[in-house]
Structure formats: C-alpha cells, structure tokens
Design a binder for this molecule. Structure first.
Ligand code: SAH
Ligand code: SF4
Ligand code: F3S
Length: 469
C-alpha cells in the first residue's frame, strides 16, 4: 500500500527520472475474462490516459461494455480541478455502491487526479472500504498488476505515489478517434498557480524525448492520422527539464516537417511563450492557427495573487504578436471569476480584456477552493451570489464574441477535418476547421477522415453550418 501526501507532492526534485518501456507481465496477458466500463472525467490528458487504460485492460483480457451496469469491472478516471468534478465522481460511486450490493463480485476502481488527493484517500480508507482499488496518476502503468492483486487477494489495494516515478514509454493504446491523435509531450506541472491542484496531482514537469515523440508521430502518420494534438499542462515548458537543449519550437518544427496535415498543442502558459515559438508557428501551415492561451483574469492584482507570473500588458503583447504573425489565428482562453477578494474593479478589468481580445472561445469558471493549495487559505469577501452574477455577466460578453467571430466567416471557405456524421443534424457531416470551430455541413460520407473545403452558410454561437464544395 502506498498513500499520497501533499507535503511530498509539493516538493521540487532535481533528480533525473528514469525512462523505461512498459512491459506487461506475460503471466497476466489475457489471464482474465470479463467486461469493463471506464468513465473519464476532466481534461484531454485524462482522455488520453483513458486510451492507455483501455488498452491495458484489454491486454488483461477484459472487453469494453457501454452500460456500466453490465460490467464486471468499473473504473473511474477522475478529475479534481474543481469541487464539482469531485462531486460527479462521488455521485457515480453512490450508484456503484448500490450496484455492488446486488452484484458482490463487481470490481470498482479509481484512478486519475482524485486518486492523488490525500483527503480523498483518507475518505476511501474510512468510508469506502468497498472500493476495490485505487491507482495514482504517477504509477498508472502499474494498473494491470494492481487489478491482478485485487482479483487474487480479494483485498483492497491502494497504490498511489505522491511523486512521479519513472517516465514510462510504449504504453499500449486504444485510440478513440481514427483521424486525430493525442500525443503526450510533457507530463506534470511546476508552475504552482495558487488556485490549482494539478501540480499536486500530476507531479513535476518531465518531457518525453524528441525521439520518442517523433517515433510516435511517424507511426500515427503511417496509420493514416491527419492530426496530432500535443498534450501537456504547459506544453511551452517542453524540454526545460531535459539536458538536450531543445524546446517546443524545435519540436514543433520537426513535427511540421513530417508533413502531417494538422498539428495542435494544448495548453500554453503565456509565461513560457517565446518569439522563437511564434516564428515557427507562423512559418508552417500545418501548425493550426488556433492557440489556447489561458489568461485567468484581466486584473494585475489578481494575476499576482494567482501566481501567474505575467502582467496583462505582457499578455496583450503576446496576444497581439500572435495575431499579427500567424495568419487567421484564433485565440481561446480560460478565465476564473470570484478569485478570493476579487473586487468589482478587478472584474471590470477582466471584461475590458475580453472586449479587447474578442476570444474565439473561452472556458469560464467560478473559483473553486482546492484543499492543499495556497488560495484555499486566502481570505475571501466575495459572496457566492456575486460570483454567480459575475460569471453570468462574463458569459454573456464572451458568447457575443464567439458569435461575432463565427459570423465573420459567413460566405468564406474553410478547411474541415471531417470526423463523422452529425448526431444532431440528420444527413449532415461534422468536423473541425483549422481554427478549431465545429461545423455541420452537407457532404458525402466518403469525405469522413479527410480534410475538405466547405463553404460557411450559417453561423451560430457554438457552431457553423456549411456545404462541401
Ligand atoms: N495548465 C493549464 C490549465 C489546466 S486547468 C493552464 O495553466 O493554462 C484548466 C483551467 O481550469 C485553468 O486554466 C483554470 O482556468 C481552471 N481552474 C484551475 N483550477 C481552478 C480552481 N481551483 N477553480 C476554478 N477554476 C480552476
Ligand atoms: Fe495549474 Fe497553473 Fe500548472 Fe496550469 S500552469 S496546470 S493552472 S498550476
Ligand atoms: Fe482534472 Fe487532472 Fe486534468 S485535475 S483537468 S484531470 S490534470
């Protein structure tokens, strides 16, 4: 049993990590029969972890089922970014408890970011003895061994390391999308923004080597993938922890030269965004003109208390440079309202910023207290009612710009990577523009999986409608 502590999770470690290849114990290969259901919460990194988890479970012999009530093993890949993410998983656990009363043999497990929370693990030990196992993000590769132990010993297994272990390559993967693939480039986060739990749940920053990443991309191209989405909590810090001296700009350039049609990357911290990166992004057409650049707040006072390490002036300089240098660049963002002691004036500064940037997309949140983070201890004089009101007001403004940006595309022709047939609109296909806009359009089924030219004929707040040319 290994239990996580925040104290250890908080430490900075300069010790280089070991890089090793995943190898399933041959005795476990297809050893079990049964079905599994995996529920995924949270960000793209979790979605991609789930693609690895599915493949690991299938190597053990489990088969995926859509209905969790029919599964022999239910695993929750959890998120703890805000309180409601935790609540969702606990709600699901309530349902699973009932299910387990009827089906005693059901195996229930938890992985993902909640597994790293000291408090959650204490709760599980105290009140959720019926949960069969917990595996942390830092040792996810041990999942097959842990499940085997649960089955053989019939005892609860909690295997969670507070800090990153080895950097494990060659995990098996069962990808959800046959045209667009996630590729991890950097794990963990060293930024410690004061509100954020991620540095505690994902360990210190560690980059995969350029060689491993390029091998994966080559493989994906060979399999016919049209797009790679490079993943990291802060991709712009790529390479900083390696001794090789290359950075995200070098990596992007190498991937661009493979001629894969589309390259995206998320998420960029404004602080690490260099001119060299902007130059590379501008130089290659297969690097998509779509940058997610979380600003969090329009007030310098608030940014300072958030520990974001840039000012609004610096953010705007970067924003303007990207817009000027990268043709048709769409910029999206994340914004938190109701940070402790956020004044009306701070909030007005955020609205002002939004009015200047006219973001193509924005994810907006009310500050959520995360135990163990510095902001959870900050005094807060803003009522929940005011926070709700600010969020609503902000959403009205950001939505108006989503619509305006979409309307500006009316009558133009856009390149669309076609993902499939639309579930909402009969007879329509759907896909994404290079600027990451969802478009439903009339076209031939043979277009699925390809990049096609589409004329925009209608614009809404959240999507476009079109007709293939
Ligand atoms: N690594 C990314 C963000 C990952 S979390 C970055 O630094 O930009 C995604 C978003 O969730 C953050 O950008 C932030 O807006 C929001 N978020 C994180 N912690 C939060 C908290 N405690 N309360 C509310 N929103 C939060
Ligand atoms: Fe969280 Fe900040 Fe790291 Fe993003 S950069 S994951 S907001 S600590
Ligand atoms: Fe959530 Fe962890 Fe991602 S907290 S947002 S799943 S890194």
């Amino acid at each position: 049993m290994h239990l996580p502590t925040y104290k250890e999770a908080r430490t900075m470690n300069k010790k280089p990590y070991e890089r090793k290849a995943f190898l399933l114990n041959p005795e476990l290969k297809h050893r079990y029969q049964g079905t599994y259901h995996l529920k995924t919460y949270g960000c793209q990194m979790n979605e991609h972890d789930s693609e690895n988890i599915k493949a690991m479970l299938e190597e053990l012999g489990f088969l995926e089922v859509e209905d969790y009530e029919k599964a022999d093993l239910v695993l929750l890949n959890t998120c703890s970014i805000r309180e409601n993410a935790n609540n969702k998983a606990f709600g699901m656990l309530g349902r699973l408890k009932h299910l387990k009363e009827e089906n005693k043999g059901l195996i229930v497990g938890i992985c993902g970011c909640m597994a790293q929370e000291e408090k959650v693990i204490q709760d599980i030990l105290d009140k959720y003895q019926w949960i069969n196992f917990v595996v942390g993000t830092n040792n996810l590769y041990q999942l097959p061994e842990v499940i085997a132990k649960v089955i053989e010993s019939k005892q609860q297994q909690i295997e969670v390391y507070s800090r990153e272990q080895d950097l494990v390559e060659q995990l098996p993967v069962k990808r959800d999308n046959p045209y667009s693939a996630y590729v991890n480039i950097i794990y963990g986060c060293d930024k410690f923004c004061t509100y954020c739990i991620v540095p505690y749940t994902r360990g210190r920053q560690r980059s995969r080597t350029m060689e491993d990443i390029l091998n994966e991309v080559d493989h994906l191209i060979h399999e016919g993938y049209q797009e790679v989405i490079l993943l990291g909590q802060n991709v712009n810090a790529y390479g900083k922890d390696l001794a090789y001296g290359y950075d995200l700009a070098d990596l992007l350039e190498k991937i661009a030269l493979t001629k894969i049609p589309r390259i995206r990357f998320v998420t960029s911290h404004p602080w690490d965004f260099t001119d060299k990166m902007i130059d590379v992004i501008s130089k290659y057409n297969n690097i998509c003109p779509s940058i997610h650049l979380p600003v969090q707040s329009g007030s310098n006072q608030v940014l300072k208390r958030m520990g974001r390490r840039y000012t609004i002036e610096q953010y705007l300089t970067l924003f303007d440079k990207l817009k000027a240098k990268k043709k048709n660049c769409a910029i999206s963002t994340d914004i938190i309202v109701g940070f402790p002691n956020e004044t009306e004036e701070d909030f007005m500064d955020t609205l002002k910023l939004v009015e200047y940037c006219k973001f193509d997309n924005a994810f907006t949140f009310i500050f959520s207290k995360r135990e163990g983070t510095p902001a959870a201890k900050m005094k807060d004089n803003v009522s929940d009612e005011i926070k709700e009101k600010r969020l609503q007001q902000l959403n009205e403004v950001v939505n108006q710009y989503f619509l305006e940006n979409n309307q500006a595309l009316l009558g133009t022709t856009v390149d669309v990577l076609v993902m499939g047939t639309s579930e909402k609109k009969d007879g329509y296909l759907y896909g994404y523009t290079d600027t990451m806009k969802l478009i439903n359009f009339i076209g031939e089924k043979s277009m699925i999986g390809k990049i096609v030219r589409v004329e925009v004929i209608d614009a809404k707040t959240w999507s476009l409608d079109g007709r293939a040319l």
